[in-house]
Ligand binder design. Structure first.
Ligand SMILES: *[C@@H]1O[C@H](CO)[C@@H](O)[C@H](O)[C@H]1NC(C)=O
Ligand SMILES: *[C@@H]1O[C@H](CO)[C@@H](O)[C@H](O)[C@H]1NC(C)=O
Ligand SMILES: *[C@@H]1O[C@H](CO)[C@@H](O)[C@H](O)[C@H]1NC(C)=O
Ligand SMILES: *[C@@H]1O[C@H](CO)[C@@H](O)[C@H](O)[C@H]1NC(C)=O
Ligand SMILES: *[C@@H]1O[C@H](CO)[C@@H](O)[C@H](O)[C@H]1NC(C)=O
Ligand SMILES: *[C@@H]1O[C@H](CO)[C@@H](O)[C@H](O)[C@H]1NC(C)=O
Length: 383
């Protein structure tokens, strides 16, 4: 009996500890290389959306039970055990809130972007929820002010879509990853059922309004940017990735919340909206597994970054819905992505996220692409 108990205790301990390590080896990407990818992601992320995406990627790959994707309740534990400290994610939240300019409602300087700083919000909400010092209201206040800015201050289109830019009304596909997942997560953490449900509905509505503005039904793809002083009506692949991946996080957040049964039709819509993007992009997959930077433009260059984000989203989609029709494409993409990581842990052949019609050049790398590899590794680990 004694040895039985010791064995059970040890097995339980090993299971708990193993949630920290990356669970299994990856084709072409062993855990040593994956940790270099991670360190490069941490070291190279400087912009608000890069750090927000990094915080999400670290959560998914290192602390999967704290992400919105694992089965069970989406609510994190109030007290994090030492083996699941999420220290790197929570440090990001602390740094963000410590460095927030006095009087700023957004969590960070978005350099003209409304949406980007909100990508930091989920980490700040986790830091608040799991704080040891219950008198410390800094994180709750900061998250609340970020939400208030989005809902009441930021400019909006006539449709009600919150602008992605602060100086004019302009809608970018990128917004769908930056804002709705934060609003949805804020909603599920509310004690007040009425307010929580309303916020989940806002997250859903913003995706619906963005789709109304950006989805091209004939191509089954999203355009990149509409309204405002200039537009990008091309089907930028990373934009399609941001839209699908953001919708995926909101879908998972609703599905794992206490509001799931009340929001069945919204979940059905999100499934359809993710599926149509996956159908659109994988139709244009190249024979070696990559996607082009503008997915349906034959002259466009191969972009491993968007390929990684869409592969990650497809594996999440498959696990959550049991719809497997896109899996083969995602697995081809996964091989291409993992074989495009160099020996120093940098993903090669990535679009320059700040000049998105060109490749990264001259030995520079894409920070968001590093996080996309982590998202793909995390999705593959539970696939
Ligand atoms: C991991 O992969 C890299 C690159 O393929 C290789 O150089 C390294 O030896 C591998 N490490 C282990 C522990 O297998
Ligand atoms: C990241 O930066 C730290 C300190 O700046 C450095 O010690 C570390 O080697 C860097 N890691 C990588 C993978 O470049
Ligand atoms: C905010 O203002 C306080 C008091 O004036 C000051 O001590 C602090 O450094 C300021 N913080 C930032 C981030 O500017
Ligand atoms: C912060 O955490 C407390 C629980 O300790 C919770 O009641 C509160 O709603 C949280 N704030 C936000 C904005 O989620
Ligand atoms: C894959 O194929 C595309 C064209 O179809 C090509 O541009 C690219 O260089 C190939 N290799 C990689 C690693 O993307
Ligand atoms: C890359 O380096 C070359 C030579 O130094 C320079 O001419 C070019 O402008 C650089 N390109 C970028 C995108 O920085």
């Amino acid at each position: 009996m004694y040895w039985f108990c010791v064995c059970v205790a040890f097995a339980l301990f090993a299971t708990l500890v193993s949630t920290r390590a990356v669970p299994r080896a990856f084709p072409g990407l062993n855990t040593t290389l994956l940790s270099l990818v991670r360190d490069n992601a941490v070291n190279s992320s400087t912009q608000s959306w890069e750090i927000g995406t990094l915080a999400e990627a670290l959560t998914e790959v290192e602390w999967p039970r704290l992400s919105v994707f694992l089965p069970g309740s989406v609510l994190p534990p109030l007290i994090l055990p030492w083996w699941e400290s999420a220290d790197d994610v929570l440090t990001i939240a602390e740094t963000v809130v410590d460095q927030r300019a006095n009087g700023s409602l957004p969590l960070a300087d978005g350099l003209g972007s409304v949406g980007d700083p909100a990508s930091l919000g989920q980490a700040v909400l986790l830091r608040n929820w799991t704080r040891r010092d219950l008198t410390d209201t800094r994180f709750s206040t900061a998250a609340g002010e970020q939400l208030g800015y989005l809902l009441s201050v930021a400019p909006r289109a006539d449709s009600g879509a919150i602008s992605h830019r602060d100086d004019q009304v302009q809608l970018w596909a990128d917004f769908v990853y930056m804002v709705p997942p934060f609003i949805a997560y804020f909603g599920v953490l509310q004690n007040d059922d009425y307010g929580g449900l309303a916020l989940l509905q806002v997250a859903y509505d913003q995706i619906r309004l963005y789709r109304d503005a950006l989805f091209d039904a004939d191509a089954s793809l999203w355009r990149h940017v509409t309204l405002g002083s200039w537009e990008d009506s091309g089907h930028w692949t990373t934009g399609n990735g941001w839209a699908a991946a953001g919708a995926m996080r909101v879908l998972a957040t609703i599905k794992r919340s206490r509001f799931a049964s009340e929001m069945q039709s919204q979940q059905n819509d999100l499934v359809q909206w993710i599926d149509e993007i996956l159908t659109g992009v994988w139709y244009y997959q190249q024979s070696n597994g990559t996607l082009l930077n503008y997915v349906d433009q034959p002259g466009s260059f191969a972009d491993s970054a968007s390929t990684a984000l869409l592969a990650a989203t497809t594996l999440r989609y498959s696990v959550l819905t049991s719809v497997t029709k896109h899996d083969a494409a995602a697995l081809r993409a996964l091989e291409l992505v993992f074989s495009s990581v160099d020996e120093d842990g940098w993903l090669l052949n990535t679009v320059n996220p700040e000049a998105w019609t060109t490749l990264t050049q001259n030995g520079t790398h894409s920070a968001e692409a590093q996080s996309f590899v982590l998202l793909l590794a995390a999705a593959w680990a539970v696939y």
